[in-house]
Ligand binder design. Structure first.
Ligand SMILES: *Cc1c(COP(=O)(O)O)cnc(C)c1O
Length: 219
């Protein structure tokens, strides 16, 4: 077994106890390495750039489920709409409307997560609680058949301070539980990356996005 296969197997064993699914984040890594993870049974991969996503989708096995985890520009939705299985990074109603339109053109329903701003860092994308509420309401009113909002995604501050990460994950977990009480379609909480997924698991994550811990550091 090579390193990537072993990493996948070990992670899956760890996540199983929490009923948590794994998104293998393959951004910047060649298709060769994706195929190694595929050999280990991994079928869900995450990318953060549209062009790279489209190229890899073309050359990799067709039963892979591709997740878009990075900031998505409205004018690029059309390139991934035919095949994307989950968009983690919806951060505006405008983007959601475009995903809806392109999904309908492709006779699909595209599952989406709203990206919640939990990190106190200015540079991070994401929605405030009020914005989340507005988007959920608008979506409901507009009867958008091309999309389904199935949960939330969040990125904690990149810090070594576990207390800060815990607080941020607790915030998104509270919001998730609150909204889920009003909307049964919200089932996915996507929190946790290589450095903080063990904490995320304690705070109710059921989808982690892990890259460097599987494929090695990126340049
Ligand atoms: C790159 C990335 C990840 C994975 O990061 P690692 O630290 O390599 O696990 C997860 N989520 C998002 C949104 C990313 O951009």
């Amino acid at each position: 077994m090579n390193t990537i296969e072993k990493n996948i197997k070990d992670l899956k064993t760890e996540l199983e106890k929490y009923n948590c699914q794994l998104v293998a984040v393959s951004k910047t890594k060649p298709a060769e390495l994706i195929k190694q993870a595929y050999q280990a049974g991994q079928r869900v991969f995450g990318e953060n750039k549209v062009q790279e996503l489209v190229e890899k989708h073309e050359v990799c096995p067709k039963d892979i489920q591709w997740h878009m985890i990075g900031h998505l520009q409205t004018n690029k939705v059309k390139y991934i709409a035919p095949f994307i299985s989950l968009v983690h990074s919806v951060d505006s109603f405008k983007l959601l409307k475009e995903i809806n339109k392109r999904a309908i053109q492709n006779k699909r329903t595209i599952n989406c997560l709203l990206q919640v701003r939990i990190a106190k860092e200015e540079t991070k994308f994401g929605l405030t609680e009020n914005e989340i509420e507005e988007i959920l309401e608008e979506t409901h009113k507009n009867n958008m058949e091309g999309i389904k909002i199935v949960g939330f995604m969040g990125m904690a501050t990149n810090t070594k301070d576990p207390e800060r990460i815990k607080n941020e994950f607790l915030d998104i977990k509270h919001l998730f539980d609150k909204k889920r009480n009003q909307n049964m379609e919200l089932t996915i909480l996507s929190i946790g990356m290589s450095n903080d997924y063990p904490i995320a698991l304690e705070y109710g994550s059921n989808l982690v996005r892990v890259g460097s811990k599987i494929f090695g550091e990126r340049n």
